[in-house]
Design a protein around this ligand. Structure first.
Ligand code: HEC
Ligand code: HEC
Ligand code: HEC
Ligand code: HEC
Ligand code: HEC
Ligand code: HEC
Ligand code: HEC
Length: 413
């Protein structure tokens, strides 16, 4: 009983304790990187932003819109419901802390909850309001409490297809981790922040937010663009919209790096940065780290930036990716991108070309040079296990991996 008493007390304590609350998951917010002196925020909280909405873009950019609906950017956050929630709500939905204490993921009519039980009695229950993460690797859910958002303690972990404690949670019942604006800046298009100097943690408007990383996150607000083209249906040149194809290399990289560049410390409030801006007008310069300290999760930029390919060419993320498409399950096709720069005609092709069958070589380019690695950041502790299990992610450090290459060649023979 004492345990629960403590738990509820911690939950209440949140009204009096200011610091210490801003802990988040999936490591990118673990340090106080994402927190910030609230008093600095007041004068430069972003203006309330307005958007046309991706569905409006669909009227004139139907193909891109339909591709986008399949992308992980679109599904990375959504209102929680039967369609968007991953994980089992019928059986195997409990995490035990000891023989009488557990948290269950539950469905009641059309609503979903996480409930802590002690000796069979429900002690604390909170709704799944918003899901964060497409579920390709995992999905964490968050709930509203007044104007604050809190994380739920159970996360769906795709690697093992089960509920686990959210990454970074220890064996303690916790419903009181607040969600920071930085977490939402990476996983949504917009949340209007309403944090003020009395706020105990980041506060948000419950009505003005846009879930998913949508068109206008990368192209800026489209209200003027839509109005112009509706009025001038014969105009073939785009007006009043940001087109990353016209950005400089740095601008282009900065857009992706906002969310794929690791845990940056911000120097201005979240949601001020917009496509085309210089990242380091909004964040403190990242100190460069040795490759051994960069995690495969959430920092594709950091890994790519130390690769020879990147350093010795004009490479950007768009050299290999189409920001509108879901390209997963197409790993074997990426050699086409490598071959834009590595051709036998220019003598910078793979050293194994003469010894290995061409088709095998091509379909394995990335398995040998960008292998999947265990993340040290996305790790969860499974039921009855004490050693954490990692999610596996593609390394963006393009290099020669001798041992992995040997293994791949051996399997082939
Ligand atoms: C009423 C029609 C219409 C709507 C609605 C519309 N667009 Fe466009 N858009 C156009 C036309 C026409 C062009 C120029 C031809 C082209 O590039 O397809 C264009 C071009 C663009 C370009 C390329 C810009 C350039 O410099 O060439 C982007 C990016 C873009 N639109 C994004 C959006 C986004 C995001 C939305 C939704 C917020 C949107 N559009 C809604 C008609 C529209
Ligand atoms: C994650 C960022 C991102 C999102 C989300 C995104 N775009 Fe783009 N978009 C880009 C980039 C980057 C380019 C430039 C592509 C290039 O240079 O190859 C681009 C180019 C375009 C273009 C012009 C070139 C073309 O392919 O015709 C249009 C139009 C466009 N986007 C519309 C949209 C619409 C509509 C949506 C939402 C349904 C959307 N974009 C969502 C990043 C994004
Ligand atoms: C606002 C933050 C944000 C921006 C800006 C952004 N991304 Fe992402 N991106 C994400 C998040 C979050 C995910 C993970 C989605 C998930 O699975 O939940 C993701 C996923 C991806 C994926 C992985 C899809 C997969 O197969 O798992 C690729 C590739 C990608 N982004 C490329 C880009 C590129 C290229 C740019 C720049 C043009 C870009 N992103 C800009 C947030 C962003
Ligand atoms: C700096 C940007 C950033 C921040 C901050 C961030 N994330 Fe992420 N997150 C990403 C990106 C990018 C991915 C996907 C690619 C990867 O893992 O490298 C991702 C992946 C995830 C996934 C797995 C999605 C999937 O199925 O692949 C979950 C769940 C998640 N984040 C939850 C959170 C939560 C909850 C927070 C805040 C409490 C948070 N993240 C903070 C950028 C961020
Ligand atoms: C935009 C051009 C470009 C693209 C695309 C590209 N590379 Fe490179 N890559 C380079 C350049 C330039 C170098 C450095 C060559 C040098 O300095 O001799 C390089 C070097 C390498 C190296 C040597 C790395 C080392 O540490 O010695 C490998 C391996 C490699 N690339 C593999 C790939 C693979 C695999 C792909 C596709 C996934 C790819 N590259 C895509 C330009 C590119
Ligand atoms: C079976 C694993 C394997 C595959 C598949 C493979 N490589 Fe390699 N690659 C290697 C190894 C190992 C080396 C180093 C060989 C050496 O130094 O003797 C290498 C060397 C290279 C280099 C030269 C690095 C240097 O030292 O300058 C480039 C560039 C490269 N590979 C690109 C590619 C591309 C592009 C593909 C796909 C078409 C590819 N590789 C497919 C294992 C592989
Ligand atoms: C040289 C080619 C290349 C470049 C450049 C590149 N990527 Fe990738 N990326 C890949 C490949 C290949 C995959 C693996 C696709 C798969 O396994 O389905 C991948 C996967 C991803 C994923 C999903 C991670 C996972 O494990 O599923 C994300 C997120 C991503 N890239 C983001 C980025 C961002 C952001 C940039 C720019 C900083 C970038 N990439 C630059 C080739 C590239």
């Amino acid at each position: 009983m004492l345990f629960f008493f403590e738990m509820i007390i911690t939950f209440r304590k949140y009204y009096v304790v200011t610091a210490a609350l801003v802990i988040a998951i999936f490591s990118l917010c673990l340090l106080d990187n994402c927190s910030q002196n609230k008093n600095d925020d007041i004068n430069n909280t972003p203006e309330k932003k307005q958007f046309a909405g991706s569905q409006t873009c669909a009227n004139c950019h139907k193909d891109i819109y339909e591709q986008h609906l399949q992308s992980f950017h679109h599904t990375t956050s959504a209102l929680a419901n039967a369609q968007t929630l991953k994980g089992d709500f019928d059986s195997a939905n409990k995490i035990f802390f000891n023989d009488h204490l557990f948290i269950a993921a539950e469905k009641k009519k059309d609503s979903f909850y996480q409930t802590a039980y002690s000796h069979g009695v429900a002690k604390l229950s909170r709704p799944f309001d918003i899901v964060i993460g497409s579920g390709k690797r995992g999905q964490t859910s968050i709930y509203w409490f007044q104007n604050y958002l809190f994380q739920l303690p159970l996360t769906y972990f795709a690697e093992t297809n089960e509920w686990t404690l959210s990454p970074g949670y220890s064996r303690k019942v916790e419903f009181n981790r607040s969600v920071t604006s930085r977490c939402l800046e990476c996983h949504s298009t917009y949340f209007q922040e309403t944090t003020n100097k009395n706020s105990k943690a980041d506060e948000f408007s419950k009505t003005n937010f846009v879930l998913g990383v949508e068109c206008e996150k990368c192209h800026g607000s489209g209200i003027e663009h839509v109005a112009f083209h509706e009025k001038n249906p014969n105009e073939k040149i785009g007006h009043a919209i940001l087109d990353p194809a016209k950005f400089s290399r740095i601008q282009n990289l900065d857009l992706c790096r906002l969310c794929h560049g690791g845990a940056l410390s911000k120097s201005k409030p979240s949601f001020n940065f917009q496509a085309g801006n210089k990242l380091f007008d909004f964040f403190q310069q990242d100190s460069s780290k040795p490759i051994s300290e960069i995690d495969v999760h959430g920092n594709q930029y950091g890994m790519l930036a130390v690769s020879k390919c990147f350093k010795n060419s004009e490479m950007t993320c768009l050299s290999c990716h189409d920001a509108h498409k879901n390209e997963s399950m197409q790993a074997a096709q990426f050699y086409i991108k490598c071959e834009t720069c590595h051709k036998s005609s220019s003598h910078n092709t793979c050293k194994l070309t003469s010894t290995v069958n061409q088709n095998f070589l091509e379909t394995n380019c990335i398995n040998c040079h960008m292998p999947e690695e265990a993340s040290k950041a996305i790790m969860v502790i499974r039921k009855d296990e004490s050693i954490p299990t990692s999610a596996h992610m593609r390394s963006h450090y393009i290099s020669v991996y001798k041992d992995i290459s040997k293994q791949i060649l051996t399997v082939k023979k």
